[in-house]
Design a protein. Structure first.
Lengths: 270, 297
């Protein structure tokens, strides 16, 4: 059985290792490793389209993860204070946001937003004092909102789990000692849930940074890194893609390790 | 909690304030869920009973013609309904021994590291990981290596086998995690009791371990199944134009041929199939024991 498990881990990691290895290949051909070189990294990072896509992805991932961390944490705190029915309703919707395949989230958001813009744009134009009213269209905003949906549900789940294991005695002791609810929150609850909030933020960032399918539908004229990479892959496999893939893989691994470390951390010593 | 310690006079005021704060905390999430989950779903439900406008897009109507037209995409449905369960099953067969080892056999100091090694690929770009196999199975990968030893003209990529491999590779972590969780919570005394009562290791495994881990198995299987129903990247990159899924049909209908009502009908059907899969899986696992949550990290 140990041999089988070992083989399974090899199966999970060898393909990634191969991509990383060949990203340092001096030669142009994928079938033979002709020497060590970082030229493909240089080539990738001097490609203006790629750098633009990378910047877009970083902006979208940061914004959607921040929004998700904030709203998700608030929701997790709020759900502690409501009845079983409201809670069940929220849990069902949050569960749906996580489980529904990205392709369905993508197309339904696309359909709804296009219809919504078709109604809102003439309305905005009629209200606007000048001749150049703002036009709502697909782009950064729609990607951030669609990514944020999944991420917010994720943060609510992670923070909710942590809140569930919170030591109630501390909260009660704090208010028995006449601390205001706000002080209790700041000095007792927040420090204990902070690792979960940070972990949720990091995973939300990772999700948004890696997502292809949702962005593919709602990106409009914008390009994110996965969309750019997908388009290049379809044109043909090049060592340049190996270099980008390696950068993205390293970023994800780092973020997930950070998230796990945060989640595994016990409450910080005060 | 500590309402007793507050002066009775401010009770009503503080109750109001408490409800107000609760509403304030939940409002952003509720708004988000309504605008970007509920409304879009209602929108595609309405679209699915509409008609295609001559220039593409949507024209209001109340017809079930789109649903009646579903057999036009029968190949996509067929491929998905065969390869998704097959892929989930193949995943399960690889995942179970790994989860079993992690939960019951792995040395303590290794367990967390190994678990992290499972979680990392789950959160790593599926696009990049699928790309890796495109690279390996493509003309300059394994086929080129095989050509050295004399096996010529072997095509691996753009076959159902390649798609199946990609599925197992992509979804293995998601299958391992819930099974691991259910095995880890298993009361080990039951295993000892079974052995003490003279059961063979095999019958202990079948009667106790496997049985008690079935909720995890069902959670993993249904999650992987549902995500596979909407899969687009794996069939596109590893199946070429030859093995296409419902996901491919949806991309085509929404982004290329712009037949949104028909696409919406397919999407609604996909969601309904997912609900059926979830309900059946849930039924099976609650019948066997209490429902289990999935830990994504």
């Amino acid at each position: 059985m140990r041999a089988f498990v070992f083989a399974a881990f090899a199966f999970l990691y060898l393909p990634i290792a191969l991509v990383v290895l060949f990203s340092f290949n001096a030669g142009h051909h994928a079938s033979e490793f002709t020497g060590f070189s970082v030229q493909w990294y240089g080539k990738a990072l001097s490609n203006p389209f790629l750098v633009e896509a990378l910047k877009n992805s970083l902006f979208i991932a940061t914004t959607s993860a921040l929004l998700a961390a904030f709203c998700g944490t608030a929701a997790a705190l709020g759900l502690q204070r409501v009845g079983a029915r409201t809670r069940a309703l929220f849990d069902a919707l949050l569960g749906a946001a996580i489980v529904v395949p990205g392709v369905v989230i993508g197309i339904s958001t696309l359909v709804a937003l296009v219809q919504l813009f078709a109604v809102l744009n003439p309305f905005l134009a009629s209200l606007w004092p000048t001749d150049q009213p703002p036009r709502l269209s697909l782009g950064y905003g729609s990607i951030i909102a669609a990514h944020g949906l999944f991420s917010m549900a994720l943060v609510t789940m992670i923070v909710g789990t942590r809140l569930g294991s919170l030591d109630r005695n501390l909260v009660e002791a704090s208010s028995d000692l006449y601390a205001t609810p706000l002080t209790t929150f700041r000095s007792i609850v927040l420090p204990q849930i902070m690792p979960a909030v940070i972990a949720g933020f990091l995973l939300a960032f990772t999700f948004s940074f890696d997502d292809f399918i949702i962005a593919f539908f709602v990106a409009g004229a914008q390009t994110t890194l996965p969309i750019y990479v997908f388009a290049s892959i379809r044109r043909g496999v090049t060592p340049e893609i190996n270099a980008i893939a390696t950068i993205v893989l390293c970023a994800s691994v780092l973020l997930v390790l950070l998230a796990q470390w945060q989640l595994g951390r016990r409450k910080p010593s005060s | 909690m500590s309402a007793g310690s507050q002066p009775a006079l401010s009770m009503r005021g503080s109750l109001f304030r408490k409800n107000f704060i609760t509403a304030l905390l939940l409002a952003p999430a509720a708004l988000w869920l309504v605008v970007f989950l509920v409304l879009p779903f209602v929108a595609i439900a309405i679209f699915s009973v509409g008609e295609r406008a001559p220039e593409g897009g949507y024209q209001a109507a109340l017809t079930f013609a789109q649903y009646a037209n579903l057999p036009a995409r029968a190949t996509a449905f067929w491929n998905t309904m065969v390869l998704a369960p097959a892929g989930a099953l193949a995943c399960l067969l690889v995942a179970y021994p790994v989860a079993y080892y992690l939960a019951l056999r792995a040395p303590d100091r290794w367990r967390l590291i190994l678990l992290a090694l499972i979680v990392i690929p789950f959160w790593t770009s599926l696009l990049m990981r699928t790309y890796a196999w495109m690279y390996i199975l493509g003309g300059r990968g394994i086929p080129a290596l095989l050509a050295y030893v004399g096996i010529e003209d072997l095509r691996l990529i753009n076959t159902p086998g390649a798609v199946l491999l990609g599925i197992v590779y992509g979804y293995l972590p998601l299958m391992i995690l819930p099974i691991y969780v259910s095995l880890e919570r298993l009361d080990r005394r039951l295993l000892e009791a079974s052995a003490d009562l003279g059961a063979t290791p095999l019958s202990t495994f079948l009667g106790v371990t496997l049985r008690l881990s079935l909720p995890g198995v069902m959670t993993g299987f249904s999650l992987v199944m549902i995500l596979l129903l909407g899969e687009y990247l794996i069939p596109t990159l590893l199946g070429g134009g030859k093995v296409f899924f419902i996901g491919n049909a949806l991309v085509d209908l929404f982004l290329q041929s712009r037949n949104w009502p028909f696409g919406s009908a397919i999407a609604i059907t996909l969601v309904l199939v997912s609900v059926v899969v979830l309900t059946v899986a849930n039924r099976i696992s609650t019948r066997l024991s209490g429902a289990r949550r999935v830990d994504l990290i």
